[in-house]
Ligand binder design. Structure first.
Ligand code: H2B
Length: 115
Protein backbone atom coordinates (compact mmCIF):
# COMPACT_ATOMS: atom_id res chain seq x y z
CA UNK A 1 0.00 0.00 0.00
CA UNK A 2 1.29 3.45 -0.89
CA UNK A 3 2.87 5.60 1.84
CA UNK A 4 0.68 8.37 0.48
CA UNK A 5 -2.37 6.63 1.97
CA UNK A 6 -0.99 7.23 5.47
CA UNK A 7 -1.20 10.99 4.95
CA UNK A 8 -3.97 13.50 5.47
CA UNK A 9 -4.88 16.42 3.24
CA UNK A 10 -3.44 19.81 4.08
CA UNK A 11 -5.69 22.87 3.87
CA UNK A 12 -5.44 23.84 0.23
CA UNK A 13 -5.26 27.63 -0.16
CA UNK A 14 -6.65 29.34 -3.26
CA UNK A 15 -3.16 30.70 -3.99
CA UNK A 16 -1.46 27.31 -3.64
CA UNK A 17 0.56 26.34 -6.71
CA UNK A 18 -0.59 23.42 -8.87
CA UNK A 19 1.87 20.55 -9.21
CA UNK A 20 4.25 20.79 -12.15
CA UNK A 21 5.04 17.94 -14.58
CA UNK A 22 8.01 16.69 -12.54
CA UNK A 23 6.09 16.70 -9.27
CA UNK A 24 3.18 14.87 -10.94
CA UNK A 25 5.52 12.27 -12.46
CA UNK A 26 7.17 11.72 -9.09
CA UNK A 27 3.88 11.33 -7.22
CA UNK A 28 2.46 9.05 -9.93
CA UNK A 29 5.25 6.58 -9.16
CA UNK A 30 3.72 6.21 -5.68
CA UNK A 31 0.34 5.27 -7.19
CA UNK A 32 -0.87 2.24 -9.15
CA UNK A 33 -0.65 2.62 -12.94
CA UNK A 34 -4.45 2.45 -13.11
CA UNK A 35 -4.52 6.15 -12.18
CA UNK A 36 -4.25 8.39 -15.23
CA UNK A 37 -3.72 12.14 -15.47
CA UNK A 38 -6.36 13.62 -17.77
CA UNK A 39 -6.87 17.26 -18.74
CA UNK A 40 -10.41 18.66 -19.01
CA UNK A 41 -11.05 22.33 -19.77
CA UNK A 42 -7.39 22.99 -19.06
CA UNK A 43 -7.62 21.37 -15.61
CA UNK A 44 -5.39 18.37 -14.88
CA UNK A 45 -7.17 15.61 -12.99
CA UNK A 46 -6.30 12.18 -11.62
CA UNK A 47 -8.72 9.46 -12.70
CA UNK A 48 -9.24 5.71 -12.23
CA UNK A 49 -12.09 3.32 -13.12
CA UNK A 50 -12.97 0.68 -10.51
CA UNK A 51 -14.96 -2.38 -11.58
CA UNK A 52 -17.56 -4.27 -9.52
CA UNK A 53 -19.87 -7.29 -9.91
CA UNK A 54 -23.06 -5.24 -9.78
CA UNK A 55 -24.57 -1.84 -9.04
CA UNK A 56 -25.01 -2.43 -5.30
CA UNK A 57 -21.26 -3.02 -4.89
CA UNK A 58 -20.47 0.04 -7.01
CA UNK A 59 -22.79 2.14 -4.86
CA UNK A 60 -21.30 0.83 -1.60
CA UNK A 61 -17.81 1.78 -2.84
CA UNK A 62 -19.10 5.19 -3.93
CA UNK A 63 -20.43 5.84 -0.44
CA UNK A 64 -17.22 4.64 1.19
CA UNK A 65 -15.19 7.07 -0.95
CA UNK A 66 -17.68 9.77 -0.02
CA UNK A 67 -16.94 9.07 3.65
CA UNK A 68 -13.20 9.64 3.29
CA UNK A 69 -13.86 12.73 1.20
CA UNK A 70 -16.04 14.19 3.92
CA UNK A 71 -13.51 13.28 6.59
CA UNK A 72 -10.76 15.12 4.70
CA UNK A 73 -12.85 18.00 3.32
CA UNK A 74 -11.55 17.15 -0.14
CA UNK A 75 -14.01 15.73 -2.67
CA UNK A 76 -13.84 13.80 -5.95
CA UNK A 77 -16.10 13.58 -8.93
CA UNK A 78 -17.80 10.17 -8.76
CA UNK A 79 -19.55 8.51 -11.69
CA UNK A 80 -21.39 5.43 -10.43
CA UNK A 81 -22.65 2.94 -13.05
CA UNK A 82 -23.66 -0.71 -13.02
CA UNK A 83 -20.39 -2.54 -12.24
CA UNK A 84 -18.15 0.55 -12.52
CA UNK A 85 -17.19 3.67 -10.58
CA UNK A 86 -15.04 6.38 -12.14
CA UNK A 87 -13.23 8.40 -9.47
CA UNK A 88 -11.66 11.72 -10.45
CA UNK A 89 -9.59 13.86 -8.09
CA UNK A 90 -8.41 17.42 -8.58
CA UNK A 91 -8.30 20.57 -6.47
CA UNK A 92 -11.14 22.81 -7.55
CA UNK A 93 -9.91 26.01 -5.93
CA UNK A 94 -6.56 25.90 -7.73
CA UNK A 95 -7.96 24.34 -10.93
CA UNK A 96 -5.35 21.62 -11.01
CA UNK A 97 -3.54 18.90 -9.13
CA UNK A 98 -2.24 19.22 -5.57
CA UNK A 99 -0.50 16.62 -3.39
CA UNK A 100 -3.88 16.23 -1.66
CA UNK A 101 -5.26 14.64 -4.82
CA UNK A 102 -2.57 11.97 -4.82
CA UNK A 103 -3.14 11.32 -1.11
CA UNK A 104 -6.84 10.86 -1.77
CA UNK A 105 -6.19 8.61 -4.77
CA UNK A 106 -4.05 6.37 -2.56
CA UNK A 107 -6.76 6.48 0.13
CA UNK A 108 -9.31 5.52 -2.57
CA UNK A 109 -7.23 2.44 -3.45
CA UNK A 110 -7.22 1.51 0.25
CA UNK A 111 -11.05 1.76 0.33
CA UNK A 112 -11.26 -0.43 -2.78
CA UNK A 113 -9.03 -3.03 -1.16
CA UNK A 114 -11.39 -3.10 1.85
CA UNK A 115 -14.58 -3.66 -0.23
C1 H2B B 1 -15.54 25.10 1.50
C2 H2B B 1 -14.98 23.71 1.18
O1 H2B B 1 -14.18 23.24 2.23
C3 H2B B 1 -14.07 23.82 -0.03
O2 H2B B 1 -14.81 24.28 -1.11
C4 H2B B 1 -13.45 22.46 -0.40
C5 H2B B 1 -14.47 21.35 -0.52
N1 H2B B 1 -13.91 20.19 -1.19
C6 H2B B 1 -12.99 20.35 -2.16
N2 H2B B 1 -12.62 19.32 -2.93
C7 H2B B 1 -11.74 19.47 -3.93
N3 H2B B 1 -11.40 18.40 -4.67
N4 H2B B 1 -11.21 20.67 -4.19
C8 H2B B 1 -11.49 21.77 -3.50
O3 H2B B 1 -10.99 22.87 -3.81
C9 H2B B 1 -12.40 21.64 -2.40
N5 H2B B 1 -12.71 22.66 -1.61
Amino acid sequence: MSELAANHCEACRADAPTLDDNEIASLQKELRDDWQVVTRNGVRQLERVFRFDDFASALAFTNAVGEIAESEGHHPALLTEWGRVTVTWWSHKIRGLHRNDFIMAARTDKVAAEQ
